[in-house]
Design a protein around this ligand. Sequence first.
Ligand SMILES: N[C@@H](CCC(=O)N[C@@H](CS)C(=O)NCC(=O)O)C(=O)O
Length: 206
Amino acid sequence: MKLYTSHRAPNPRRVRWVMAEKGIEDVELVEIDIMVGEHKTPDYRSRVGVPHVPALELDDGTTISESIAIGRYLEALYPEPNLFGVDAREQAVIEMWTRRCEFYLANPLMLTVRHSHPALTALEAAQVPQVAEHNRVGAEKFMKTLDRRLADHEFLAEDRFTIADIVGVVGLDFARLIKYRPPEELAHLARWLETCRVRPGAKAGA
Ligand SMILES: N[C@@H](CCC(=O)N[C@@H](CS)C(=O)NCC(=O)O)C(=O)O
């Protein structure tokens, strides 16, 4: 298998973190430089179907993009440690927190960064400061929800580290590119961030 990945890009980092947690080492890493448009070449598009990283190319030629779909595929091949849930209840709760983190935290923060970091004009043809600000405000509303959840939970979805934590932490870490820090009063969020950031897997793809 080959993983098309980009150093420091947040969505590939999710997959790299899943691989690190599971000790997966038999996937070849192919670095794609999105800042110079390597993900937009006809060859890449014809392999993957969309100009995005990450993408996992299987030995039979099937290509899977979408970081969460790739994570699920890897979990099926490498079940331990479990990151996506072992039964129906866990799977639903973990997916709920994962989707909440994608929609209300990671995507808004990604838009905040893409519409304000000078280097990211390479990816965002027209940067709109109001888009950045609107999304920062939206993300901070959801950070308060996370802080309440984390007041009496060590991790977001279950009493162990899961894919929901990966999506949340990677989303927040990406905003460090613009030196963004979550509001200081969100102490439970800060504690959880530090707990997750010291895991060895956090370094993969970061
Ligand atoms: N929902 C997709 C998002 C993939 C995505 O947007 N990846 C970014 C890098 S983090 C990308 O390829 N950007 C290229 C561009 O915007 O041109 C996933 O989870 O994999």
